[in-house]
Design a protein around this ligand. Structure first.
Ligand SMILES: Cc1ncc(C[n+]2csc(CCOP(=O)(O)OP(=O)(O)O)c2C)c(N)n1
Ligand code: SF4
Ligand SMILES: [Mg+2]
Length: 351
């Protein structure tokens, strides 16, 4: 982690959102990542999304594992709660924190090595359990922090900077999240902020497991010609299936979509997602069709981006476990410990 603090001087004329914060209030410390790293653009998109949604920084918990990507929570939302876990263990720590206090917005930030290699067991169970969270994988197809080994999302046949060829089949995390039952699945590109900011806003508004696979080129180890995670490749092969706009509750609804089919989806929190279809044949409410489409286009060498799947009626882990609506740290002793009589009744039922 870096210890470079940014000066907290605010120009009095800086615009403030409805939570009375300037955009700078959502920043963190100065990034120590390589200049041009895609991860910094994702941090900037998270800052923009939280500012536009009037998120209260003290109501956010940022959790991450280990990696350049997992360092980034230090570079945004400096006034939020943060927990940097062990490599690949972010999902279980996030699940525990979420069960203890459902009133925070849980933002899990991870890398392709963190989530698809060492942490894949943790990743799949957090998604299939429907933990209410925004889970972002900053996917560069490489272990950036440890100097360029292939991760489990590296393309088969791709060549590392040192000339080694990857023989293994890649894992497509967005396809996996669809198969595992995630109720919100999207793919973005760190170099397309206009698409990424609304995707993050929509994921924040979603109640349930929201998964975002963001292609985020590593300029030090995997940005060479032939890498499908390079800036040039994604720019040339980016297949955006839709564009979305998020309208927060009580915000004035202004119609500004001129072309393409427009779909409006209401979310649990009262926000409205406006989905402008760019591909007539793509339906973001059909999980199986989305899985097939992503695989078909991938086989053709394209990178499908946009909102891939959304279930606006999704349930989450709290609903499945019927947990207390009051966070555990606010339950009084009599509710936390129901007493000897209640224990005797439970034991009697088990005899
Ligand atoms: C238990 C454990 N195993 C291995 C490591 C070494 N290690 C640190 S980061 C990392 C890979 C990070 O890759 P990724 O999650 O893709 O993040 P990136 O740096 O590419 O953003 C590895 C293998 C570790 N820190 N802890
Ligand atoms: S090594 Fe790669 S992933 Fe890490 S900061 Fe540099 S460009 Fe980013
Ligand atoms: Mg990586």
């Amino acid at each position: 982690m870096t210890y470079l603090a940014k000066p907290r001087l605010h120009h009095p004329s800086l615009a403030r959102n409805k939570a009375c914060h300037t955009r700078r209030d959502y920043e963190g410390r100065v990034s120590t990542l390589c200049a041009g790293c895609g991860h910094d653009s994702i941090s900037a998109a998270i800052i923009q999304a939280c500012w536009e949604l009037d998120v209260e920084p003290h109501k956010v918990a940022k959790l991450s594992g280990i990696g350049c990507s997992s360092k980034t929570p230090d570079y945004f939302l400096g006034q939020s709660h943060g927990f940097n876990t062990v490599h690949g263990r972010m999902p279980s720590v996030l699940t525990g924190a979420n069960l203890a206090n459902r009133e925070l917005l849980y933002l899990g930030v991870s890398g392709d090595g963190d989530s698809a290699s060492i942490g894949i067991g943790q990743f799949v169970h957090a998604i299939r359990r429907g933990v209410d969270m925004v889970y972002i994988v900053e996917n560069n197809g490489v272990y950036g922090l440890t100097k360029g080994q292939f991760s489990a999302t590296a393309d088969q046949g791709s060549t590392s900077k040192k000339g080694v060829v990857n023989a293994d089949t890649p894992i497509d995390l967005a396809g996996l999240a669809l198969q595992l039952g995630a109720s919100f699945v999207a793919r973005g590109f760190s170099g397309d902020k206009a698409q990424l900011v609304p995707l993050i806003k929509a994921a924040i508004a979603h109640r349930g497991a929201a998964f975002l696979d963001v292609i985020s080129p590593c300029v030090a180890f995997n940005n060479h010609p032939g890498s499908t995670k390079s800036y040039d490749y994604v720019r040339e092969h980016n297949e955006a299936v839709n564009r979305i706009d998020v309208i927060a509750p009580r915000e004035e609804i202004v119609v500004d979509f001129a072309e393409g089919e427009l779909l409006e989806v209401a979310q649990h929190d009262g926000s409205l997602l406006r989905l402008r279809k760019l591909h007539a044949g793509f339906d973001a409410s059909d999980r199986i069709a989305a899985m097939t489409y992503v695989q078909e286009r991938q086989a053709a060498g394209e990178v499908v981006t946009g909102l891939l799947y959304l279930d606006p009626e999704a349930e989450d882990l709290h609903r499945h476990l019927r947990t207390s609506a009051t966070p555990l740290n606010r339950l009084q002793a009599d509710r936390l410990c129901p007493g000897a009589d209640a224990l005797a009744r439970i034991n009697a039922r088990l005899r």
